[in-house]
Design a protein around this ligand. Structure first.
Ligand SMILES: Cc1cc2nc3c(=O)[nH]c(=O)nc-3n(C[C@H](O)[C@H](O)[C@H](O)COP(=O)(O)OP(=O)(O)OC[C@H]3O[C@@H](n4cnc5c(N)ncnc54)[C@H](O)[C@@H]3O)c2cc1C
Length: 500
């Protein structure tokens, strides 16, 4: 049995941020994540490092947190952030009154906002709809959530923190009505282990209430599903928002060679049974097309949903719920942290760790706003510009991932999961969505003795099911044609019809 001071449940941005903060304050800890890092809302988000503009009119407190954290993350997480800048564009018919309130609120909250003419906006983003009436420039950025989580985990590992991915918390151990540990299950071998700790932090996002109930408490949450669509091209170098109250399909964020467009907001009750409705893709595509007309003719490669873990509120409109966060002390050895944004993950981690430090009777201050994330240099081979320099033995043609890259990840983290290689190299994230490179990567894993042939069939089957779920709502045009080819490969050549 393992013993530590703090157990963190959840390897999203919040959990990884807490692990790093505890590490920098010298507190022994274990982080438990049932999938890979960023498997929940963190990896299913736009990757927008908010300037605060999106919330400034309706939720100035959340907007103020966003601009502060935006400034900090640009400094400490340079290799995760692309300082794109952002535009809020006003199209014909969009309210001028809202525009005036937006500018006034930006001034009050301290968000730099510069009004620019349509000509200047079109110089910056030539793909914008030329009918736009004006644009407001703000310091929005694009941020890589996978890299952010992994880098936060590096600090934790460097100081001896335990990080267990692909381990699920299946129960909370209680003694005399106090939570004293967790039972975890290895998701590959099914082996069950116990870890004991002085305190437990529930940072499991949309699963927060499920986990809290294992410990005999509950957390008041509203779950809101949002769907996103990925375009095959980088249609804009700046984040583009529509200058109107937040609604469906009003954001598009550049990310590497593609763009992420979204989103929707639909109440859900179970974070494990969510799908993208093709109607959501239609709404997002038509709304984004009104800002960037080329979006209507660009190949869409995938759609995926995420669930926002929001604070419970007395409203049916999930967009009206505050993006602020809350820490709940269940007074039984467990704390829960919920709400917030990817943008504010560091602040959330700081406040959560402050509470733990106080509980332990210590006074160690937080330094995460000043100390840059460790390990950023090692990850600098990941951007496309670097990958273009090394084109030997390509495994994934869409994203230029080499055999060496795949072998390095398999060696470094000893994984049996194809998704882990994807998140660390972008393997399979291009137009064919892993149609060609997945079986090659599995072949390498077998050659390296990580998987038996029957295990690799299981992994492939699970991967294909997840993959099809993601591309199905976006299947038309070239994407549909390519999918037919991929279908022939797997169902025809590889005879997988019985399995999938
Ligand atoms: C569609 C969409 C778009 C968004 N866009 C943005 C954006 O652009 N910018 C922004 O700042 N914010 C955005 N957000 C909000 C942001 O994604 C979330 O607020 C944030 O990522 C939440 O992080 P988290 O770590 O608290 O939760 P999560 O990322 O959901 O992490 C919780 C983790 O807990 C794990 N877990 C659950 N149960 C268990 C268990 N029993 N055992 C072990 N592990 C468990 C899950 O697998 C998961 O990885 C968006 C959200 C959505 C849904």
């Amino acid at each position: 049995m393992i013993k530590t001071d703090v157990i963190i449940i959840g390897g999203g941005a919040t959990g990884c941020g807490i692990a790093r903060d505890l590490a920098l304050r010298g507190i022994p800890h274990y982080l438990i994540e049932k999938n890979d890092f960023a498997a929940g809302a963190t990896g299913a988000c736009h990757g927008l490092l908010h300037s605060g503009g999106r919330y400034v009119v309706n939720d100035p407190d959340a907007a103020s947190e966003c601009i502060c954290e935006n400034r900090i993350l640009r400094k400490i997480a340079q290799k995760c952030v692309e300082q794109t800048g952002g535009l809020f564009v006003r199209l014909p018919g969009d309210s001028k009154l809202f525009r005036d309130r937006f500018l006034k609120s930006c001034e009050e909250v301290g968000i730099p906002a510069e009004v620019i003419s349509p000509t200047r906006a079109l110089d910056l983003v030539p793909t914008l709809n030329p009918v736009l009436e004006e644009a407001i420039k703000v310091p929005d950025c694009s941020i890589d959530p996978f890299r952010l989580c992994m880098l936060n985990a590096v600090s934790s590992r460097n100081t001896g923190g335990g990080i267990l991915i692909h381990h699920k918390v299946i129960d909370i151990i209680k003694e005399k009505n106090r939570c004293v540990g967790v039972k975890i299950q290895d998701q590959f071998s099914s082996q069950i282990k116990e870890i004991r700790a002085r305190l437990i932090i529930n940072a499991s996002g949309a699963w927060g209430d499920i986990v809290a109930r294992m410990g005999g408490s509950f957390v008041p949450m509203t779950l809101s599903k949002g769907s996103l669509v990925i375009s095959n091209h980088r249609l804009t170098n700046l984040v583009i928002n529509r200058l109107r109250p937040p609604s469906d399909g009003d954001i598009i964020v550049p990310n590497e060679a593609v763009c992420l467009a979204g989103t929707t907001s639909i109440p859900v009750s179970d974070p494990d049974t969510i799908d993208v409705d093709p109607a959501e893709v239609d709404i997002i595509a038509s709304e984004v097309e009104s800002m960037i007309p080329a979006f209507g003719t660009t190949r869409l490669i995938r759609a995926y949903p995420g669930v926002r873990p929001l604070l419970k509120a007395e409203t049916d409109d999930s967009r009206a719920i505050s993006r602020g966060f809350r820490i709940i002390d269940h007074k039984n050895g467990m704390f829960s942290i919920l709400g917030g944004k990817l943008t504010t993950y560091r602040l959330m981690a700081e406040k959560m760790t402050d509470a733990i430090i106080a509980e332990f009777g210590l006074k160690t201050p937080c330094t995460t706003a000043e100390v840059p994330l460790e390990g950023q240099e090692e990850l600098s081979g990941y951007p496309l510009s670097k990958r273009l320099k090394n084109l030997d033995d390509i495994i994934c043609e869409c994203e230029l991932v080499t055999r060496k890259d795949v072998e390095r990840i398999i060696n470094n983290i000893g994984t049996k999961y194809i998704g882990d290689i994807q998140h660390r190299t972008r393997l399979g994230m291009g137009p064919c969505q892993g149609g060609f490179c997945t079986y090659r990567a599995l072949g390498i894993m077998q050659e390296m003795g990580r998987l038996t042939p029957s295990e690799s069939m299981e992994v492939l089957t699970a991967f294909l099911q997840r993959r099809f779920k993601g591309i199905r709502p976006a299947l038309w045009g070239d994407q549909l044609r390519e999918e037919q080819l991929v279908e022939y490969i797997y169902l025809g050549l590889l005879s997988m019809e019985q399995k999938t």
